[in-house]
Design a protein around this ligand. Structure first.
Ligand code: SAM
Length: 288
């Protein structure tokens, strides 16, 4: 059985009376090169393990199983369990755990399944939970690398440089915790059912420290959130709800110019290092 062959997929799913759920983001891969390339580029080898989110009917799981010491796949939909039992019967190093990736203890599952071995996360993520799933994978601190397929636009937003229209608070959040890189694009006709958008495979390498030292993480993210929350406003106006009470309007403008920025700059122009500098000076002026 070929797990990306459309006739085989229809036959297996038909045997188990399985119906795709749009609300669970179930778009299965029908192009064998895609799971092979994801598994090949995710970094796992025979001395390490893989944690997969959302195995579907197991095409990526099978590829990971051929390269990793052990694989654990977390699947929410119980209806896929009998399917996976059939499709992965030949993969003795795979275990499937029923659960919601947003609610389970990812670090705990990795410890339980893999002990101290290095672990690589991999997924063709369901679109409806892309952002929280990436955040949960990063926050677990359990992975050497996180390789996920997401909507192409989301991948581009995550990797967007400062000053572009795709650059967002989430780009800055990701940059804080990881080094992000788009590996390759996957056209929409590689899935069943076919989604309305193209996808891209993104690799995140978690960082032990942010790329530039940040004085106060909470303050940093509150400034980033404010700066992007009101994109069409100048940075001075966008920061007013957060800093107006302590610094006043004139104090905020002074803060911005003292950082070396134009008084009328917009938040989306600030790079990671700029936000770090803004945090530093804000810290000094509000906590002194
Ligand atoms: N890996 C398969 C493939 O590439 O063909 C399926 C990918 S499909 C885009 C997403 C998978 O994630 C589905 O199997 C779906 O049931 C599962 N899923 C959806 N929400 C989930 C959640 N919150 N936690 C774990 N798995 C979930």
């Amino acid at each position: 059985m070929e797990l990306c062959n459309i006739d085989d997929i229809r036959a297996v799913l038909g045997r188990h009376g399985f119906r795709f759920s749009k609300s669970l983001g179930q778009n299965f891969l029908t192009a064998a090169w895609v799971p092979a390339r994801i598994a090949e580029s995710c970094g796992v080898d025979e001395k390490s393990c893989a944690l997969e989110v959302g195995p579907g009917m197991g095409c990526l799981t099978e590829q990971l199983s051929q390269r990793a010491d052990k694989v654990c796949a977390i699947e929410l939909d119980r209806a896929l369990f009998p399917v996976l039992e059939e499709t992965l019967a030949h993969c003795s190093n795979v275990s499937i755990v029923q659960g919601d990736v947003l609610k389970c203890d990812l670090a705990g599952i990795c410890r339980e399944q893999f002990g101290d071995a290095p672990v690589y996360a991999c997924a063709n993520l369901p679109y409806y939970i892309t952002t929280p799933a990436i955040s949960a994978l990063l926050a677990s601190g359990a992975f050497q690398a996180i390789t996920v397929m997401v909507q192409k636009e989301v991948a581009e937003r995550i990797c967007a440089p400062a000053g572009t229209s795709e650059y967002s608070a989430f780009s800055v959040y990701i940059e804080y915790y990881a080094k992000a890189e788009i590996l390759f694009d996957v056209p929409r006709d590689c899935f069943i059912p076919q989604p309305k958008v193209d996808s891209a495979v993104l690799r995140l390498i978690p960082r032990s420290q942010p790329p530039v030292p940040v004085r106060d993480e909470k303050l940093f993210f509150s400034l980033v959130k404010a700066a992007f929350g009101q994109r069409r406003k100048t940075l001075a106006n966008a920061l007013n709800p957060v800093l107006g009470g302590t610094l006043g309007k004139a104090g905020i403008t002074q803060l911005i110019t003292d950082c070396g920025f134009d008084a009328r700059i917009r938040g989306e122009k600030l790079s990671f290092a700029d936000f770090a500098a803004l945090t530093e000076l804000t810290y000094e002026r509000t906590r002194a």
